[in-house]
Ligand binder design. Structure first.
Ligand SMILES: *Cc1c(COP(=O)(O)O)cnc(C)c1O
Length: 387
């Protein structure tokens, strides 16, 4: 029997706080019980406040890929030209969904250790003014990079295109300016920087996006992929189209309450600090970060390259077996190219930077690589000095 991990410092899902785990043990009440109806209304209102938006968001009852695919199915019409921005595995993957629903898919693809250059988006609009929808990933979790969505959104808005954003691993770790960017559909997951359980998609939908969905004859209704079916489900007097994921709602309710108690700005600062600390620790071990520059590193996770001569999977196994520390490898095409340490939600805590750097460092020593574990840990901890 394999023992449970001591520290889950992966790129998600995160290990939720004790408070969230207690909420997950709440009895399953009927979805139409007044207790649950009130809790559902409250969680959407708490989310509205945390997201700093006018209307409560909509919740879809499946892991964030449900919301992402539903966004493509609902917003993209059969005559649309779509521009997909691919700076990583998730961005590339979005293009496959978008292609199913549009007339023509254009793509800007950059190497997966880089971010999208807004100037390239501007020049794409110049040559293709008919672009109706643009899709982008905010924090590219498989490669630890962050895209300049604010700049991209301004360009899309100027050219009258609607913008779909995958903010699954960025919301909670860094500002997501839903209405200000502006974006049209933004998908958020509870299981990353919010520190909740996986299993729900939180959807921001702009007025422009609703108008487009309402006029799109192909937008799904009476379907698992339907956004419209859930439009007013947060109102106690409106019936759910099917049974919501009751336990996940309890977890989300607790996790958003904790986020609001801390304050979003404080949470962003905490993620930025722990990310800087983890990067300092990795560099202190003499290792190289995966992203081309620190400026484009995501605050939610740190991606780095295994040193020559050792495989990422051997480092991960050593960390897990010897030290009980679970970190992530690469994903998709990047499976063997990099390793990832998550610092999201409860794991964006200063001590976990030292834990992950110590475990990676000593695993490397054990595998015959000459690194100075002390330098790595000292560099990680020093990033907290004076805070
Ligand atoms: C986690 C995540 C998702 C959800 O995908 P899973 O692989 O099912 O966890 C989507 N987009 C991004 C950027 C994510 O980090």
């Amino acid at each position: 029997m394999i023992s449970e991990p001591l520290f889950t410092l992966t790129a998600g899902p995160v290990q939720p706080s004790a408070e969230t785990v207690r909420a997950l043990a709440t009895p399953i009440y009927d979805q139409f019980d007044p207790y649950f109806l009130e809790l559902y209304e409250n969680v959407t209102e708490d989310l509205r406040i945390a997201m700093n938006i006018q209307r409560p968001p909509l919740i879809m009852h499946g892991e964030a890929v449900l919301g992402l695919e539903a966004a493509a199915a609902s917003l993209i019409a059969r005559d649309d030209v779509v521009l997909n921005l691919a700076s990583g595995v998730y961005g590339k993957g979005y293009g496959y969904w978008a292609a199913r629903y549009c007339k023509k898919l254009l793509e800007i693809e950059v190497p997966y250790d880089e971010a999208i250059d807004p100037a390239s988006v501007e020049s794409m609009f110049r040559t293709n003014p008919e672009i109706a929808v643009v899709s982008v990933v905010h924090s590219e979790t498989p490669s630890g990079t962050l895209n300049p969505v604010a700049e991209i959104a301004t360009i899309c808005d100027r050219h009258g295109a609607l913008l779909i954003v995958d903010s699954v691993s960025s919301f909670g770790a860094v500002e997501v300016d839903f209405e200000g960017w502006p974006a049209d559909i933004v998908v958020v997951g509870p299981q990353k920087a919010l520190g909740g359980p996986p299993g729900l998609s939180i959807m921001y939908i702009s007025d422009r996006a609703w108008a487009k969905i309402d006029s799109n004859p192909d937008a799904p209704t009476a379907s698992m992929l339907s956004i419209s079916d859930w439009r007013d489900a947060h109102k106690a007097e409106v019936k759910f189209p099917f049974t919501p994921s009751i336990t996940e709602i309890y977890g989300l309710h607790s996790t958003v309450a904790q986020h609001l108690r801390e304050g979003p700005e404080v949470a962003w600062e905490r993620h930025a600090r722990v990310a800087a600390s983890t990067r300092a620790g990795i560099l202190g071990l003499g290792l190289e970060l995966w992203p081309v520059s620190e400026e484009i590193c995501s605050p939610s996770l740190t991606a780095f390259k295994p040193p020559d001569g050792v495989s990422g999977s051997d480092i991960r196994s050593r960390c897990r077996e010897q030290f009980g520390v679970m970190i992530s490898g690469g994903y998709g095409e990047l499976a063997d190219a990099l390793l990832r340490i998550g610092h999201m939600g409860p794991t964006a805590h200063p001590i976990f930077a030292a834990v992950s750097v110590a475990a990676v460092g000593q695993s490397l020593v054990d595998l015959g690589v000459n690194v100075d574990v002390g330098s790595g840990v000292a560099a990680a901890m020093a990033a907290n000095a004076g805070r």
